[in-house]
Design a protein around this ligand. Structure first.
Ligand code: GCO
Ligand code: MN
Ligand code: MN
Length: 406
């Protein structure tokens, strides 16, 4: 079936090799489906309309591979990429699977482990650049603690900073066209992970030696695990010029990191997210860091992948409808007109304006009494999302407005 929501290369959808390659293992049960080779993933995703794949070093080259094996694997993979017209816009490094990282990588108390983590990351950067990546994600899954008595959190942050500084110097020294994107997560696999939210990451970035090449890679599930509003987090990242990459998925509140199919749970929040990404001019890949339910076989995995991309395109179409919807737009105009005039020019301070403002009289009772009409607006959005308002371009004329009914 092909329709207006069918993914196309120009939609820039990407998946991690580890996402469609996820075999359904969890702490309580073993793999439920077989491994799919990286070249097969490239082929199947390309057929579905994806733009590319992203990878950790060890998704492609096993931890224990020697140089000859690496060369062979990488050249076969490159061949598959070019045969299927697929890109690798982002690469990352696995600093969490091997037991050596049990007490962290850049923040391990053991300086030898910290050095090994940096060495492994430099090699992963070389691999990423060889494959054409321009974004390098750092997700510090093991950078945290169970026992705060064991590690000084300020010292751990200093080590973290040293690690990222070293790697940015390496990138610049190699003349790599590479930007870093830091990914926050509050917990899992560690009891507490350092720099737990996108906001923490944004503040940390400003303390680095090369903040200009470091941004964020926020993940829906991770911010939702912290009970945060993802749309707000992304807005702040965009405002700071730091949204370098994004991990799209979904998450039920109050649970472990579920990595659910994009928009499968949080329809309204994901609508605002897609609307924001599309309207803000975000030019990076639309990357899915999610995986299929454990109940699925290989076909279910690709149904999952197609679902992520279609849902994004459906929400993108809803964002267009929102912009075209006459009733929504005129209501918004009304809402913004009420008190919209900035008489005191709050954006520019001067002694004179401050003294004018200090002596101004406000009708506080009247201002406090004005209704904002958000109930009507939110209901209209709900009806739009559930298809009750239909495609406004064709049905606008037939629609009875809430205002008329009232
Ligand atoms: C997780 C993370 C990872 C990272 C990936 C990229 O919770 O497991 O989201 O999937 O995104 O390691 O570095
Ligand atoms: Mn995650
Ligand atoms: Mn992620």
């Amino acid at each position: 079936m092909s329709d207006q929501y069918t993914p196309k290369k120009e939609d820039h959808f990407t998946f991690g090799l580890w996402t469609v390659g996820n075999r359904g293992r969890d702490p309580f049960g073993d793999a439920v489906r077989g491994a799919i080779s990286p070249t097969q993933i490239v082929k199947r995703l390309s057929e579905l309309g994806a733009y590319g794949v992203n990878l950790h070093d060890n998704d492609l080259v096993p931890f224990e591979a020697n140089e000859t094996e690496r060369t062979k694997i990488v050249s076969e993979f490159k061949k598959a990429l070019s045969e299927h017209g697929m890109k690798v816009p982002m690469a990352t490094v696995n600093l969490f699977y091997h037991p050596i990282f049990k007490d962290g990588a850049f923040t391990s108390s053991d300086a030898r482990v910290r050095a090994f983590a940096i060495q492994k990351t430099m090699k992963a950067m070389d691999l990423g650049v060889e494959l054409g990546a321009e974004i390098f994600v750092l997700w510090g899954g093991r950078e945290g603690t169970e026992v705060d008595a064991a590690k000084d959190a300020i010292e751990a942050l200093k080590w973290y900073r040293e690690g990222v500084n070293y790697l940015t110097e390496y990138a610049l020294d190699q003349k790599y066209n590479l930007k870093f994107a830091l990914e926050a997560k509050p917990n899992e696999p560690r009891s507490d992970i350092y720099l737990p939210t996108t906001g923490h990451m944004l503040a940390f970035i400003e303390t680095l030696d090369h903040p200009e090449i470091v941004g964020v890679n926020p993940e829906v599930a991770h911010e939702h695990m912290s009970g945060l509003n993802f749309y707000h987090s992304i807005s702040q990242a965009i405002d700071a010029g730091k949204l370098f990459h994004i991990d799209l998925n979904d998450q039920k509140p109050g649970r472990y990191d579920q990595d659910l199919r994009f928009a499968s749970e949080s329809i309204k929040p994901m609508f605002y997210l897609v609307k924001l990404l599309e309207e803000s001019g975000y030019a990076g890949p639309r990357h899915f860091d999610a995986h299929a339910y454990r109940s699925e076989d290989e076909e279910g995995v690709f149904a999952f992948a197609l679902g992520c991309m279609r849902s994004y395109n459906i929400l993108k179409e809803k964002a267009h409808q929102f912009a075209e919807d006459k009733e929504i737009q005129s209501l918004l105009k009304e809402i913004r007109a009420e008190g919209g005039h900035d008489e005191y020019q709050l954006g520019t301070y001067s002694k004179a304006s401050a003294s004018k403002l200090k002596s101004a009289a406000f009708d506080t009772q009247h201002l406090a009494e004005i209704g904002r009409n958000y109930e009507r607006l939110d209901q209209l959005v709900f009806e739009l999302l559930l298809g009750v308002r239909g495609n406004t371009a064709s049905t606008a004329a037939k629609q009875t407005t809430l205002a008329a009914r009232a």
